[in-house]
Design a protein around this ligand. Structure first.
Ligand code: F3S
Length: 89
């Protein structure tokens, strides 16, 4: 979604800009690891901010929203899982 905002240029001329104010709305904010996990550890290596290995040898995802700075690496971890065990929560 976008909106139009007023902006002032360095010469003082006011103009309108279209900004994507809800850019994050489409981003995945949470993940979960399902029962297909084989414990390869790729996700924890790719995005340790979100994924870690549990005592039972399978991965777990943080229960809170993915931190902004980890959105790309978390998506990379999901895409890289060899068995597709990472789902959007
Ligand atoms: Fe498991 Fe896939 Fe991570 S197999 S350890 S969820 S990369």
């Amino acid at each position: 979604m976008s909106c139009v905002i007023a902006a002032e240029t360095s010469s003082g001329v006011r103009r309108k800009e279209k900004k994507d104010v809800f850019e994050r709305e489409d981003r995945i904010m949470k993940y979960r690891v399902n029962e297909e996990c084989i414990g390869c550890g790729l996700c924890a290596g790719t995005c340790p901010e979100v994924f870690s290995m549990g005592a039972d040898g399978v991965a777990v995802a943080i229960e809170t929203d993915v931190p902004e700075e980890a959105l790309d690496s978390a998506a990379e971890a999901k895409d890289g899982c060899p068995v597709g065990a990472i789902e959007e929560a």
